[in-house]
Design a binder for this molecule. Structure first.
Ligand SMILES: [Fe+2]
Length: 191
């Protein structure tokens, strides 16, 4: 469809989002299944339910625009989802952090796309559409914040592992250390 008016532009943006959200409805269960932390699993599961709702909200937007609910392949979301799928193996906090990194890219993409669509709807004086889009945008922002909080907690766990290794490293003599552990190395250094 050639874009010749602002309304055409809005329809294009909404079609892109519609396809993006539907891709996520398929991808999020895999991400939740791969998450190790219960908090992360729950957050993704909750967002899956929200995402299904967001698909229906977009269908209401199509109704308001008097257009058929039809998606337009969102290549960007396909790329983000494919990249995210690479993070789905492993069973450590670092795996979860990789999943969060992928999920937050998705959220930011959506926040940006909803913001754009909302601005066009505002310009067109389409108040109902504005509130529908805003509602979803707020959910995406909340999901993003939730992921930031979970990531902070998980990074704390990873950091602790790193610190204890560093401490061990620091207590070893500068010379090539033996396998006998820090205690005997110290003794050797004293003698
Ligand atoms: Fe969404």
């Amino acid at each position: 469809m050639p874009v010749t008016t602002l309304e055409d532009l809005l329809v294009e943006q909404v079609r892109d989002l519609y396809d993006a959200e539907k891709q996520l409805v398929r991808a999020l269960p895999k991400m939740a299944g791969a998450a190790n932390s219960e908090d992360l699993q729950q957050a993704i599961q909750d967002h899956l339910e929200e995402t299904k709702n967001q698909v229906s909200r977009l269908e209401r937007v199509f109704q308001e625009l008097d257009k058929p609910a039809k998606g337009k392949a969102c290549k960007a979301m396909r790329g983000l989802v494919e990249e995210g799928a690479e993070a789905l193996e492993g069973d450590s906090p670092l795996t979860d952090l990789e999943i969060i990194a992928a999920a937050q890219r998705v959220e930011h993409y959506e926040i940006s796309a909803y913001g754009t669509a909302r601005a066009i709807a505002q310009q067109l004086g389409q108040d109902t559409i504005v509130s529908l889009l805003e509602e979803t945008e707020e959910e995406e922002k909340a999901a993003d914040t939730k992921l930031t909080d979970i990531a902070a907690e998980l990074m704390g766990q990873v950091e602790n592992v790193g610190e204890s290794e560093e401490e061990e490293e620091a207590s070893r003599p500068a010379r090539k250390s033996t396998q006998s552990g820090t205690g005997s190395s110290r003794k050797a250094a004293r003698g």
